[in-house]
Design a protein around this ligand. Structure first.
Ligand SMILES: NC(=O)c1ccc[n+]([C@@H]2O[C@H](COP(=O)([O-])OP(=O)(O)OC[C@H]3O[C@@H](n4cnc5c(N)ncnc54)[C@H](OP(=O)(O)O)[C@@H]3O)[C@@H](O)[C@H]2O)c1
Length: 427
């Protein structure tokens, strides 16, 4: 297995690749804040990206924001470009774990995964793109397993809270949990909430390529997962949810795909009962329903043709009612924002046979935390890396391309997240 400790030839526990991106900058600050949580109380880390001056600025900014002037001299800078394989290889050879923050991943993610596998670095990313994530599993799982390298996608808000939330709900239920519906709501302050257009672009290209996901999935040749208990009921495209007392829609991010892959792993590799999963998001009251219908219709129409995509990419604010912008959220918007996911589980209590009759037990849990994109995502990604460095014996037995749930189900990641403000609890 590729080692989890540094060596003279591999001097960094963590290299943040794409550190000069909107999200990358927050990841840099989070790594710095958590440096004492590394193996033996210290973490050796560096930043990487394609522009040295930009990276120097990021370090200067982090030093000022965190009151740590020493960062300016202590943090090494590595120049690497996705389009230059040699520079990627040189970077990957120096890292135990690469935190890949360069997206949209469908354009920039694969060379990083390939180079990590070839050069023995583990890799965590914050992709929210199922086609990329599943494509990497299809193309690199076996090679990664041979090399003992762990490639773990979707380690940000997409999809650690949902994936680990289902595992938490299952572990807290006294019996056999068979189905979970989750409801996400986002909180914001008086200035509203906003995401940077890096994520907007990932969503646009994701929708444009949706058809390819079906054919990709066929290539796995998976058998359907067994359904234990009654088949979960799918809600409509828009409905009033009594659970969150607002209108809700099916969640369009990666969570359902990631949770399903995790449940497949837990069933096929560890013989655990798979949990069926439905993910929904609250959108608020009736005025938001109108906004949602208008912007959703325009978005779907435009994302399907290349000139429409150009328009969407050029004017994110206009087409998303201000929810995405090229400048990203303000400091105040980030400070005031939060997320809340409620999980409603059904199952069979201890002693009840899950193959007979209806579920007789219920459980309700929640995961809540600070702003999703630039506070929760860096916390989740950095805690995932720190867990990997500190608890290699609790990871899957071989390397491979995994989901967060498959990788961290047997670790203390949830405990660590709780300590950092992403709270899991039974309610
Ligand atoms: N999971 C989640 O919940 C979550 C949350 C936030 C973001 N994300 C994802 O994270 C990704 C980044 O988002 P963002 O808003 O931070 O985007 P961004 O600000 O556009 O950052 C993109 C980064 O990629 C770098 N890059 C682009 N081309 C490159 C190349 N050829 N070689 C090396 N680096 C290159 C950019 O470098 P320069 O600085 O030199 O331009 C920049 O650092 C997106 O895919 C987004 O969806 C996910």
């Amino acid at each position: 297995m590729t080692a989890f400790s540094t060596s003279p030839g591999r001097p960094y526990h963590i290299i943040i690749f794409g550190a000069s991106g909107f999200t990358g900058q927050f990841v840099v600050e989070e790594v710095s804040r958590c440096a004492s949580e590394g193996p033996k109380g210290s973490l050796k880390w560096a930043v990487a990206g394609r522009s040295k001056p930009k990276l120097e600025k990021v370090i200067e900014q982090a030093a000022a924001n965190l009151g740590k002037p020493e960062l300016k001299t202590e943090v090494d800078i590595i120049v690497a470009d996705v389009s230059d394989q040699e520079s990627l290889a040189a970077m990957c050879k120096q890292a135990v774990i690469v935190l890949s923050c360069v997206g949209p991943y469908r354009f920039f993610g694969e060379p990083v995964v390939k180079s990590c596998v070839e050069n023995g670095a583990h890799c965590l990313d914050i992709s929210g793109e199922p086609q990329f994530l599943e494509g990497m599993q299809l193309n690199y799982h076996d090679q990664a397993a041979d090399k003992g390298v762990y490639i773990v996608g979707s380690c940000g808000f997409d999809s650690i809270p949902a994936d680990m939330g289902v595992i938490y709900t299952r572990d807290q239920f006294k019996g056999t949990l068979t189905a979970v519906d989750s409801f996400l709501t986002l909180g914001s302050g008086p200035e509203g909430s906003c995401l940077n257009d890096g994520t907007w672009q990932s969503v646009i290209y994701g929708l444009a390529d949706k058809g390819k996901l079906k054919s990709l999935r066929k290539k796995f040749g998976h058998k359907p997962l067994p359904v234990v208990g009654p088949k979960i009921k799918r809600r409509g495209l828009l409905f009033y949810s009594s659970e969150v007392q607002q209108y809700a829609i099916p969640f369009i991010g990666t969570d359902p795909s990631v949770v399903k892959r995790t449940q497949r792993y837990l069933h096929e590799e560890l013989n655990e009962t798979p949990v069926q999963y439905g993910a929904y998001a609250g959108i608020g009251g009736i005025s938001n329903v109108f906004k949602f219908l208008i912007s959703g219709f325009m978005f779907c129409l435009l994302a399907l043709c290349s000139c429409g995509r150009k328009l969407l990419i050029k004017y994110p604010e206009f087409f998303s009612f201000g929810f995405f912008s090229t400048e990203g959220p303000t400091k105040k918007q980030i400070e005031d924002a939060s997320f809340h996911i409620l999980f409603f589980g059904d199952g069979y209590t201890k002693g009840q046979d899950p193959s007979k009759g209806k579920p007789n037990g219920k459980i309700r849990t929640e995961v809540k935390g600070p702003e999703a994109g630039y506070v929760t995502t860096p916390i989740a990604m950095v805690q995932a890396a720190i867990t990997m460095l500190n608890e290699p014996d609790s990871l899957p037995q071989t390397g491979g391309v995994y989901t967060p749930g498959a990788t961290f189900a047997k670790t203390t990641l949830i405990k660590r997240l709780n300590k950092h403000g992403i709270e899991f609890s039974v309610i």
